[in-house]
Design a binder for this molecule. Sequence first.
Ligand SMILES: Nc1ncnc2c1ncn2[C@@H]1O[C@H](COP(=O)(O)OP(=O)(O)O)[C@@H](O)[C@H]1O
Ligand SMILES: [Mg+2]
Length: 254
Amino acid sequence: MFCENRGAPYRRVIYIHNLPPFVYFYAAKIQASPLLIQMLKATGIHKNYGSLEVLKGVDIEISRGEIVSISGSSGAGKSTLLHILGTLDAASKGTLVVDEVPVFKLKGRRLAAFRNTHIGFVFQFHHLLPEFTALENICVPGWIAGKKTQEVQSRAVELLEILGLKDRSDHKPGELSGGEQQRVAVARALVNKPSIVMADEPTGNLDSANARDLHKLFISLRDRFQQTFLIVTHNEELAQMSDRILHMKDGKIL
Ligand SMILES: Nc1ncnc2c1ncn2[C@@H]1O[C@H](COP(=O)(O)OP(=O)(O)O)[C@@H](O)[C@H]1O
Ligand SMILES: [Mg+2]
């Protein structure tokens, strides 16, 4: 007889009954340590703007289902790093593997398609399209990926429900509060079921209650769907709620 443990994030252990006790002992040990699946690995990331060296050799590894925060003072290179890891900008040197794909080898359309389907972005400002409804805004990355309209729409509806925005589906961004706008932006980031969500100061424009709600939302998305997050933040509370905090200074991770 088989049964599955689906309880904890990124753990999936199958029990087989009626085996000798030592098997359960070792199975329990294995279960106690999460089965780490690598989601992102960056090595030796450098970025120069002319003679200005903004990133001086950054190494990062993130496992599936981890919430990792990057903190550091203004000008430390956090946004530059996030843009490079999100393939929005090119590194001067280094390697990047996301979900087993050596990303820096991709160019043009293939890179754009990879970015659209594997990486979700949330920025400080929501960047929602003002003429589109919440539902339509969430659908946009799915449409760009060429998925079937019906499939994209039902995913968007599912996300509106998960994010507590079901009754805001037909509202345009101007008719939503700051917290709701940012949740729609999170839903848009999730519509293609990305390998990783990257957020740059996602609570920078929110009051403390809405910021806290957004933190809780990230954690529940990790717990329910094993979603991986990399979050640049000044918000100490958000940083403390994450699994790991990386401190950045002068283009390096300390
Ligand atoms: N396009 C650019 N051209 C030249 N310098 C840049 C550019 N983008 C960022 N920088 C410089 O890189 C440094 C790091 O910037 P940034 O990554 O935005 O820092 P942070 O997000 O940590 O505040 C800063 O000194 C900034 O002026
Ligand atoms: Mg920044």
